[in-house]
Design a protein around this ligand. Structure first.
Ligand code: SAH
Length: 213
């Protein structure tokens, strides 16, 4: 299978027609080998227009959703980024080539370990992974210029807003357990500015400042 061709087709058929325009995001999506982040059983579907299963009943997000969230984050090359919900590690890999450092937290230890192994094996030295409840953030490493939550939250955890730099940007799917909407929050001086974006469906953020399981 020619994965390079499949990646080009993914950008051409899934991302451009739906309005992804940031050249940095398109470049990252065209270069990061998504098939290396999915289980061998679903590798042939790695570039399909859909989410795919990972271990523990979780998912790797649809390529378009990864692209939209990355575009909304508006990354700069010196940014320190926090991701909640490592999953396969694919979104973290995309972030890592557009920013300086990525800190990513996964609730399931086996997924965190598998992602860490992918980062070591495939060469992503600026991604740092830990297993734990990401709804609490990563206080020892705060503040972060950008925060992305890749699991559906009932609301944006205050703990994470606290860990954003001034003018920092946070992107998260917020809603009920079965459907959400992407929210982009900017921590502007004296106020939080929110804008509302595409509807989406993510697995739930389960934790202290998420859903109780
Ligand atoms: N970004 C991932 C997709 C994540 S799916 C990728 O690129 O593949 C959402 C992930 O969030 C799941 O793996 C789930 O286990 C994890 N998750 C849910 N609640 C969490 C929490 N409180 N802290 C950390 N991870 C959480």
């Amino acid at each position: 299978m020619d994965y390079k061709d499949l990646r080009e087709a993914m950008v051409r058929d899934q991302l451009l027609p739906r309005g992804i325009r940031d050249p940095k995001v398109l470049w990252a999506m065209e270069h990061i080998p998504r098939h290396l982040f999915v289980d061998p059983a679903v590798q042939s579907r790695a570039y399909d227009d859909s989410a795919l299963p990972t271990a523990d009943g979780q998912t790797i997000s649809q390529p378009y959703m990864v692209a939209v969230m990355t575009e909304l984050l508006d990354l700069r090359k010196n940014d320190k980024v926090l991701e909640i919900g490592t999953g396969s590690g694919y979104q973290a890999a995309i972030l890592s080539i557009l920013a300086a450092e990525v800190y990513t937290i996964e609730r399931f230890a086996d997924l965190a370990e598998k992602a860490a192994e992918r980062f070591r094996t495939f060469g992503y030295p600026n991604i740092f992974v830990k297993a734990g409840d990401g709804s609490l953030g990563w206080p020892e490493e705060a503040p972060f210029d950008r925060i992305i939550i890749t699991a559906g939250a009932p609301e944006i955890p205050a703990s994470l807003i606290d860990q954003l730099t001034p003018q920092g940007v946070l992107v998260a799917p917020v809603g009920d357990r079965h459907s959400q909407q992407l929210i982009r929050l900017v921590k502007a001086a004296g106020e939080l500015q929110r804008t509302y974006h595409t509807p989406c469906v993510f697995v739930p953020l389960v934790g202290t400042f998420g859903w109780q399981d």
